[in-house]
Design a protein around this ligand. Structure first.
Ligand SMILES: *Cc1c(COP(=O)(O)O)cnc(C)c1O
Length: 397
């Protein structure tokens, strides 16, 4: 049997070694050092945020983002139901309660109208506003940030962004002006933003399956310098300035290693190539499979650059002739990894008691959705083999 094809494996550039070697040569083998400083600086410049703190994981970054947004015991936080559990677990770490909200069809991300509905209903039921809205940007595409930001501003609720899957993604809004292609927009200047930089705090991840990786790691970004300084302090056991170890609040051990930050610098340098390769995978799949009955790709909402971190399809079994699970099993028989879309949090035993607003969209996406192998190192002949296997399963026209 041929070698396993993974959904989204790490893809090193070779540039990482220079930074890692430097760390060894200078003995900066610690959760601080020149690579950490350099990675923070280069990352902040890349996403267009004034300040960034490199951390041990995206989950740790989300935990700190909530603490820094003053979310605490008894508070409520609005979050997408359709997401990875790591978006929601940190809400429980701080003793707050997740309020789950459905996706919209256009991007599969948080539905701004449902957020409005949830905020009003929470006010009626609890007499208090939710403390924050945690917007997730799934599979390489931005949520409808202008609309979500507007709802948050109208009610004075803090916006936190989980951009773990959206490094390299952009957002220019529904009426950003200028041309319609990403190249045109990129040239049009100030209106093109990175998800993660519009809310008060944004979070990114460098887990092994993300568009770039440090094996494990995360980044917290904000335009508020004091907030990022506080994040660094909380991430190093909240040590107060003193010659001895002095502490006035609870801290964590969440900083990124200087070795891993070196990997991150080498990865960040090739981010544009990684985005291009993922988009090429998508273009290939779309070309090869787009005309099959009952098979639809994740829509491009048109309000930003979709990196196609993962190429996701919806399979309507009555039209296609097989279920998404049958496709997954068939690919698995050929040692090819594919995966259903995130199972929504309102369907998880862990969050069975969480209030849920809407749900029909996320339910359907989970029922029909499959993520195809999407790595930036995916070989053209492997892609063809995958598409061929799927095509064989389709109902003859
Ligand atoms: C990967 C991911 C995270 C968590 O990041 P880690 O670095 O793995 O802790 C959070 N949210 C989403 C949506 C993710 O995909």
């Amino acid at each position: 049997m041929s070698e396993r094809i993974y959904l989204s494996p790490p893809h090193m550039s070779g540039l990482e070694r220079k930074y890692v070697d430097e760390a060894f040569d200078t003995n900066w083998v610690a959760p601080l050092g020149p690579n950490v400083d350099g990675f923070e600086r280069e990352f902040a410049a890349r996403v267009g945020s004034p300040h960034a703190a490199a951390l041990s994981s995206g989950t740790a970054a989300l935990h700190l983002a909530l603490i820094l947004s003053d979310v605490g015991p008894g508070d409520e936080v609005i979050v997408s139901s359709l997401t990875f559990v790591a978006s929601v677990n940190p809400i429980t770490y701080v003793g707050a309660k997740p309020i789950l909200v459905d996706s919209e069809e256009r991007s599969w991300n948080l539905d701004p109208e449902r957020i409005e509905e949830a905020i009003r209903d929470r006010m009626t039921k609890t007499g208090r506003l939710p403390k924050a809205v945690l917007a997730v940007h799934l599979y390489g595409q931005s949520a409808d940030l202008d609309a979500i930001h507007a709802v948050c501003q109208r009610h004075g609720v803090t916006l936190v962004e989980d951009a773990a899957e959206a490094l390299g993604t952009t957002y220019w809004g529904k009426d950003g002006g200028g041309g319609s292609s990403s190249a045109d927009r990129a040239g049009s200047g100030g209106s093109v933003k990175s998800p993660g930089t519009i809310g008060r705090v944004g979070v990114f991840s460098f887990n092994g399956n993300k568009i770039i990786t440090t094996s494990g790691g995360g980044m917290l970004v904000s335009s508020d310098e004091a907030l990022i300084q506080r994040a660094r302090k909380l991430a190093t056991q909240a040590r107060d300035p003193a010659p001895h170890y002095e502490h006035t609040e609870v801290g964590y051990n969440y900083r990124m290693s200087n070795i891993l930050a070196g990997v991150g610098r080498g990865q960040l340098a090739v981010l544009d190539e990684r985005v291009a390769a993922r988009r090429e995978n998508f273009a290939y799949y779309q070309e090869a499979l787009g005309s099959l009955p009952g098979l639809m790709f994740q829509p491009d909402a048109g309000w930003g650059l979709h990196t196609r971190w993962l190429t996701c399809v919806l399979v309507d079994p009555t039209k296609f002739g097989a279920t998404r699970e049958q496709i997954r099993v068939r690919l698995e028989e050929h040692n090819i990894e594919s995966r259903p879309l995130w199972k929504p949090m309102h369907l998880q035993p862990l969050f069975a008691d969480a209030p849920m607003y809407g749900g029909a969209v996320a339910d359907r996406l989970f029922e029909l959705g499959l993520c195809l192998p999407s790595g930036s190192s995916l070989a053209a002949e492997d892609r063809e083999r995958i598409a061929g296997l799927i095509r064989e399963m389709a109902r003859p026209a």
